[in-house]
Design a protein. Sequence first.
Length: 259
Amino acid sequence: MDALRVCLYVFAGVTLGTWLASVLTREYSWVDRIWSIVPVAYVGIFAGAAGFADTRLDVLFVLVALWGARLTFNFARKGGYAPGGEDYRWVVLRERMAPWQFQLFNFFFISCYQNAILLLITLPALTMLQHPGGFGAADVVIAVIFAAFLVGETVADQQQWEFHREKHAGRAPTRFLQTGLFRFSRHPNFFFEQAQWWAVAAFGVVAGGLQWTVAGAVLLTLLFVGSTRFTESITKSRYPEYADYQRRTSAVVPWPVRA
């Protein structure tokens, strides 16, 4: 059985599974709980189809595995796998929608669309499988860039983790994080997350040229654009001073602070 077909079976299984789990438990963050796991499996399937003998695919598999391990750890320590560890944004959205509207949103967007993105962002590995080759200078550069983005996201998540611990303890100097990497970007972790998958897309371009498999990185970016706007609308409603932070700080891409 070819690797893409195996991935499609996995996609169908996790989509159905996360949707059924959300209906049965009435918690709607099951896709979040598999977000850092399933892409590693997809890339592993493609690397395995090459017999783990293609250096470019093997390096990608290692990098994505590191991405998945780090993200899983960060999600777990925030309580994401615990009962009731639902994304607060879904709670807000349920209050704005009729029950039947939210259930349609849950099936088509949360379960189907987001799982589709998790498959699509890994499909540059399919391009690499179809165009086996060496591991040249361009691959080295991309691998180093991916690793740098991974470090950047690790730092951003750690800064956010430490801030929220201080906030819960009543020691935070501000009501939302504005220091460290968050001084130059309101969402540096979002930036580094997307950038890593654009690096994966770049691996595919090096292997086989610009192909349709870059669509995953595009759709992931669009997903983050919508998610960021929704998240910030909630934050702004809670903290009026957030508007000034928006005015002087880049939304996603780290950039010098505006006066």
